[in-house]
Design a protein. Structure first.
Length: 156
């Protein structure tokens, strides 16, 4: 019988990351750059953990920080998104285990200021946390966003 990894184990599994890759011609055209940094899960978690109460970050800012750190043109959009999700689930898992010092994943939004339905507890849970920190949530169609999120982005 195989052991199913906990979210914390997934977070700590670096899979030989971070690494820098040179993009092929098609990818360079699509992403408007020649090099891409693929972060480790812990690297993304560390960025998320730096966001103070009352401030926010989006996956775009995480990607930019990863790119700067590794001196590349872009940070990988796919892995940055997946690793925010792993970080959120690891934090919820740690909170359920009674740990107090967890990553405040609810402060990490999708690129357009949208709440992330894939986070633990879905939109309702993220909304509850954000409203407790005095952020106003609005609905646009099927999406939920933080009103004026751009004014609350952290500079990291």
């Amino acid at each position: 019988m195989t052991h199913k990894k906990t979210w914390q184990e997934k977070l700590e599994d670096s899979k030989d990351l971070p690494k820098v890759v040179t993009l092929n011609k098609d990818a360079q055209k699509h992403w408007q750059g020649k090099t891409m940094a693929i972060p480790s899960p812990m690297e993304v978690d560390k960025i998320m953990a730096q966001v103070p109460k009352g401030k926010l970050i989006t996956t775009n800012e995480i990607r930019q920080k990863v790119a700067r750190k590794h001196k590349t043109d872009i940070g990988c959009p796919l892995t940055c998104g997946i690793f925010t999700w792993i970080s959120a689930n690891a934090a919820a898992e740690n909170e359920a285990a009674g740990k107090k010092n967890i990553t405040s994943y609810w402060r990490t939004l999708k690129s357009n200021g949208q709440l992330n339905e894939k986070y633990p507890g879905g939109i309702k849970n993220q909304q509850k946390h954000l409203e407790a920190e005095n952020h106003k949530i609005i609905q646009k169609g099927k999406n939920y966003l933080v009103l004026d999120y751009e004014k609350k982005l952290v500079k990291i």
